[in-house]
Design a protein around this ligand. Structure first.
Ligand code: PLP
Length: 401
């Protein structure tokens, strides 16, 4: 591991939680350089909802590469991009009666958020964006300004203006924020990095009503909770709302390749050609794998129902686990296959994560103090893999607590 310690920036982080060198990966499993297997309940923070090297998706990519098809195309038209947009339209937008324009804002989640914030300000002629405590929207300055974590904000080195924060889940009508002055409200339906904080569906519906009444745009950041993580394709579907702008990334490429989308209500798409650009807006291999993932998993509702069923199993196992250690307060929470087990403090959660790692399970910690053990298994994990992960987690908790 010397080369990493000698050459890689001190900013590296996940490798400190899981100090081994990973090499191969397949389905729900990662293998390190010594061949040791780890069950992956982290999945690149939900970038690998369909597992590692998913065979159906991989085959599409291998054929594409073998045929010398276009890899990079900025935002030129390619066959591959047309196939991706067609699949997205047919399988995601039309069945949900959503009329969004698709912007490719750059490769990462934070690019999708930056584009959303800029467009909201541009269309409303208002400057301030309202966000929530515990929110995580990315590390570039616009996204960081609406991100809650002080630790990350302190990395900015400059003030982070034009953002207003209120407590997650609080009643906007009762706050002293003047929504008539607010360009947009940006929200995660389940805060991922914030520690699996699940927004009540009725609160989300009320948020949409408030935004509409005051001419503020509602931006749902579905970077982590989209692409089926909570069950349906979009995490906001359960609330019966249609956000003005939606941010997607992570699992939209289906294969761990960088791809992000900003979905824009059609009448708000007032960008001038090239007004928001960037080199990596046409990563064609990501379009290929993204199309394959949509066609493999979103033609019907099998994945959605499977996610909900597995999610219920995880929820009941976590409730049982919390009960099995009565001396240690533990709060299970989640939706779909995004679950958290909040413990008293980050040190304890960190010890559980380390004990799980020793036993061959990757679970990260989240929340303001890292006090939430966070479970994001692949949506394609088998029932047996879910049981195995839950059993390892239970053993880790019982050893540490
Ligand atoms: C909800 C949410 N938004 C935005 C981002 C930023 O995405 P990226 O790290 O790809 O820039 C993340 C990353 O974890 C996220 O969870």
């Amino acid at each position: 591991m010397g080369i990493f310690e000698d050459r890689e920036s001190a900013v590296r982080s996940y490798c400190r939680t899981w100090p081994t060198v990973f090499d191969r990966a397949r389905g729900s499993w990662l293998y390190d350089v010594d061949g040791r297997a780890y069950l992956d309940f982290f999945t690149g923070a939900s970038a690998l909802n369909y597992g590692h090297n998913n065979p159906g998706i991989k085959q599409a990519l291998l054929s594409y590469l073998a045929d010398d098809r276009v890899i990079h195309s900025l935002d030129m038209y390619t066959v591959t991009k047309s196939e991706f947009l067609t699949a997205f339209d047919e399988l995601v937008l039309q069945p949900r009666q959503l009329d969004y324009r698709v912007q490719f804002p750059g490769p990462a989640g934070t690019n999708a958020v930056e584009a959303a914030l800029k467009l909201a300000r541009k269309t409303t002629h208002r400057t301030d964006v309202l966000s929530f405590s515990g929110a995580f929207h990315g590390m570039t300055l616009g996204s960081l300004a609406v991100t809650g974590s002080n630790f990350h904000r302190n990395g900015a080195g400059v003030p982070l203006p034009y953002a207003v924060t209120v407590p997650f889940g609080s009643d906007l009508a009762a706050s002293d924020v003047d929504l008539d002055e607010i360009a947009a409200v940006i929200v995660e339906t389940v805060q991922g990095e914030g520690g699996i904080n699940v927004a009540p569906l009725e609160w989300l519906a009320e948020l949409a009503r408030q935004c509409e009444a005051h001419g503020s745009l509602l931006i749902v950041d579905d970077v982590q909770m989209g692409c089926g993580r909570t069950g349906p394709f979009f995490s906001f579907e359960a609330a019966g709302i249609k956000p003005d702008i939606v941010c997607l990334s992570k699992s939209i490429s289906g294969f761990g390749l960088p791809l992000a989308l900003t979905l824009i209500r059609s009448d708000l798409d007032i960008w001038k050609p090239g007004e928001h650009n960037g080199t990596f807006r046409g990563v064609n291999p990501a379009f290929v794998t993204g199309t394959a993932a949509l066609r493999l998993y979103w033609q019907d509702q099998a994945l959605e129902y499977g996610t909900l069923a597995k999610g219920q199993r995880v929820a009941s196992a976590l409730t049982e686990l919390a009960r099995s250690v009565p001396g240690t307060p533990m709060l299970p929470r989640g939706r779909g296959l995004a679950h958290g087990l909040a413990v008293e403090h980050g040190e304890l959660a960190g010890k559980v994560s380390a004990a799980a790692f020793e036993r061959g399970l990757l679970v990260e910690t989240a929340g303001p103090d890292g006090e939430v053990i966070k479970l994001l298994p692949p949506l394609t994990a088998t029932d047996a893999e879910i049981e195995e992960g839950l059993a390892i987690l239970a053993e880790a908790v019982q050893t540490v607590c």
